[in-house]
Design a protein around this ligand. Structure first.
Ligand code: GLN
Length: 195
């Protein structure tokens, strides 16, 4: 099983280490041709507008969208979640537009630019210490989306089939339970190919 980490911005090395800790082979993806043969893809946090610009510049948008449409598991964290979202508050256009959610960027305000919260993530992890950095929240979800965790009544982690999204940074802790959960999603999707 080979999982890629989109390496345009963000904590790429940390995601790779966590995926390896979770038992997967992990590679950084700097060029679209490196997407070929991947069983899953992690899209790290950073700045969503910057990552989006770089994705357009390096011709990543179409192939990544195609992977998502073809049922390859994708995991977006923080800015990566914003990239996956179908709607972004205040913007006319989504980036990849794969996940049936609306996100609000920088939803937790200036006072709480960065914070930690202990989450019970449904079916994934209890007592999970999540690191939020200028994090988005998920303000709307379609009936196809499961909300796995909330903070102050705001959804911060969701799953829609093969798409997983977290508003926080699971690569910045020692706790590999979320990466293990994603690796398991990838293993299941390999066992039951959708196309
Ligand atoms: N605030 C950033 C954005 O809107 C996301 C922050 C992050 O990925 N840590 O893109």
């Amino acid at each position: 099983m080979k999982i890629g980490v989109l390496a345009l911005q963000g904590a790429v090395g940390e995601h790779i280490q966590m995926l390896e800790k979770a038992g997967a082979q992990a590679v950084s993806v700097k060029l679209p041709r490196e997407l070929e043969g991947l069983d899953g893809l992690v899209m790290p946090g950073g700045e969503s507008t910057t990552i989006s610009k770089l994705m357009h510049q390096y011709d990543f948008m179409e192939p990544v969208r195609h992977m998502g449409q073809a049922g390859v598991p994708l995991f977006g964290t923080c800015a990566g979640l914003i990239l996956l979202a179908g709607h972004i508050e205040g913007l006319d256009q989504a980036h990849l537009g794969l996940l049936e959610i609306t996100v609000r960027r920088n939803a937790f305000g200036r006072q709480r630019d960065s914070f930690e919260a202990e989450l019970d993530i449904s079916g994934v992890a209890e007592g999970y210490k999540a690191v939020f950095i200028r994090a988005p929240s998920i303000t709307e979800t379609s009936p196809h989306v499961d909300v796995l965790a909330t903070v102050a009544d705001q959804a911060v982690m969701v799953r829609q089939g093969h798409l997983l999204g977290a508003a926080f940074h699971p690569e910045l802790t020692e706790d590999a339970r979320l990466h293990r959960y994603f690796v398991e999603m990838v293993r299941e999707s390999k066992a039951t190919p959708t196309d």
